[in-house]
Design a binder for this molecule. Structure first.
Ligand code: URA
Length: 295
């Protein structure tokens, strides 16, 4: 109850602020609780931005909050501070109504996942799991790990049956398409256990390009993480998508892979996700993925 009471001045002051904005623009505005029971500026001609309210649309702060940007109040502050854009236009009205299915909404220039029907997951794929949603040979697939949430999800690219690590899954077809398209060159990072020791020259060879049967391949980054006897742990980053590319590059350099783990895709890291487990991507991670592929 106390919490409810302490909310009231905030809501009223928002209404007052919106009223002051309209007054400053020399306009007439009407105010009242909208269909969500919250106070907002009535929309109509003469708002200070020219965004057209979507008939039947959802209030902007509600969309932002639902997308995980923060509390409604925080979202209102972002709007008031001019940090929110809808279809490229800064919108400062708390009551602006938008269509989250169709419109592109950005906070500080970063797109937010506004569509409530879109799902973005990270999965730590264990070895012995097929990168597929079904298999006519009865092997374990990612659908077995995901259970019911696998419906209509795309896996973003592939990992070998014996490769572990980060796999992104989504039903956002455009994002999935771009993340795997060579044109966007999204970098992926792998940790590989290889036959060692790995001499210094290998790094140069991989970075400048190594000959494979289907053409030259090069790494964006390469480093030896540790060397233990006849084994070495190396980290390699590349934006190539060819089949078995890391295994083939390292084998061609004389260091066949005995274990391969993908640790990063673009801005998303595997972190401490347990093998076989999934987690939803954060709003920030999805925004960074959009940015990485020009969405
Ligand atoms: N490169 C490989 O060799 N295998 C993978 O699974 C992914 C990249």
């Amino acid at each position: 109850m106390a919490r409810h009471d302490s909310d009231r001045p905030t809501r009223l002051s928002q209404a007052e602020l919106a009223r002051a904005q309209a007054a400053a623009a020399g306009l007439h505005a009407e105010f009242g609780p909208d269909d969500d029971g919250e106070w907002a500026a009535a929309t109509g001609a003469g708002e200070r931005d020219s965004l057209t309210d979507e008939p039947g649309g959802v209030r902007l702060q509600k969309v932002l909050a639902a997308a995980g940007v923060g509390s409604r109040r925080h979202c209102e502050e972002l709007i008031g501070a001019g940090r929110v854009e809808v279809d490229g236009e800064v919108v400062r009205r708390f009551g602006a109504r938008v269509d989250p299915q169709r419109q592109v909404i950005r906070v500080d220039g970063r797109r937010i996942p506004a569509r409530g029907d879109l799902v973005y997951l990270a999965l730590n794929k264990p070895t012995g799991v097929l990168t597929a949603m079904s298999d006519n040979r009865g092997r374990t697939t990612m659908a077995d790990l995901l259970g019911n949430s696998s419906e209509r999800l795309f896996h973003v690219g592939r990992l070998d049956y014996d490769t572990e690590g980060l796999m992104l899954l989504t039903n956002d077809g455009e994002l999935a398409h771009r993340l795997t398209h060579p044109r966007f060159g999204v970098p992926k990072t792998y940790l590989a256990e290889v036959a060692g020791p790995v001499p210094r020259g290998v790094s140069h060879q991989l970075l400048t390009g190594i000959e494979l049967e289907d053409g030259v391949a090069s790494a964006d980054r390469f480093r030896v993480v540790e060397q233990v006897g006849e084994r070495a742990l190396v980290e390699i980053t590349l934006h190539e998508g060819r089949k078995h590319i890391v295994r083939r590059m390292l084998a061609a350099a004389g260091h066949p892979v005995t274990r391969l783990v993908r640790t990063q895709v673009g801005p998303v890291t595997l972190g401490s996700l347990r093998p076989g487990a999934t987690r939803p991507l954060s709003t920030r991670e999805v925004g960074e993925l959009y940015a990485a592929v020009g969405l």
